[in-house]
Design a protein around this ligand. Structure first.
Ligand SMILES: C[S@@+](CC[C@H](N)C(=O)[O-])C[C@H]1O[C@@H](n2cnc3c(N)ncnc32)[C@H](O)[C@@H]1O
Length: 215
């Protein structure tokens, strides 16, 4: 395709995407209520359903940029709690006092030490909304996403307290059952949930694993 035609198609797709965003209920709500992402509502819905985050909790949020989940967690843990967010992308500074952000790649071995240094104690809750740069190929995206969720689980094995809670995003696909099995070996209970704020066509589900057996 010649360059001008390609550019026209790109502009068209960008306009479509922006229109969908404007028409999206949770996108508009997030803008109005000052949340940095529409995903904030997914966390609010999951937290409400499972009593995931409690006042005074220490929360680790993996893949936290632009910061919607950090904002929600900060409100739920309150003044006595603490939220540590990690992302390889930058996060614009947050006003919340009980929040700290680290810029790091969770796949790098040295990141666990960076995280540990910023935690006052083992965590009550570990959240992961880690997403790969999606290719549009469901199979590839699924495998990449499960790899990230598995990294999040390996962080939980080191930093989650006994009886702690773990919640991660996962894309549906052939490896999902195996990953759920891995969670079942490490937690007393595992629940699968699709919060109402999830886009209808999305392959994502959220896994809530309660009462960590290690730690
Ligand atoms: C869907 S976004 C998270 C949105 C966030 N929950 C919110 O509400 O603002 C997924 C994030 O995962 C991050 N991510 C993906 N791979 C990562 C990695 N290896 N290390 C750190 N962050 C990563 C991306 O940079 C991206 O910001």
């Amino acid at each position: 395709m010649e360059i001008r035609k390609k550019q026209k198609l790109k502009d068209f797709l960008t306009r479509q995407k922006n229109r969908h965003r404007r028409d999206d209920h949770y996108y508009r709500l997030a803008k109005r209520e000052g949340y940095r992402s529409r995903s904030a509502y997914k966390l609010l819905q999951i937290a409400e359903r499972f009593d995931l985050i409690r006042p005074g909790d220490v929360v680790l949020d993996l893949g936290c940029s632009p910061g919607g989940w950090v904002q929600v967690s900060s409100q739920l843990v309150g003044d006595q709690g603490y939220v540590l967010g990690v992302d390889k992308r930058p996060v614009e500074e947050l006003r919340e006092k009980n929040v700290k952000i680290i810029s790091a790649d969770v796949k790098k071995p040295e990141t666990i030490e960076l995280i540990t240094k910023e935690l006052p104690r083992k965590t009550d809750v570990i959240l992961s909304d880690l997403s790969p740069d999606v290719t549009g190929n469901w199979q590839i995206d699924h495998l990449k996403q499960i790899e990230l969720a598995t990294f999040a689980l390996s962080v939980a094995e080191k930093l989650l307290k006994h009886n702690g809670r773990f919640m991660t995003k996962a894309f549906q696909g052939e490896k999902l059952d195996q990953f759920i099995e891995e969670l079942r070996e490490r937690f007393s209970s595992v629940r699968i949930f699709r919060p109402p704020a999830t886009r209808k066509r999305s392959a994502e589900v959220y896994l809530f694993a309660n009462r960590f057996l290690g730690g």
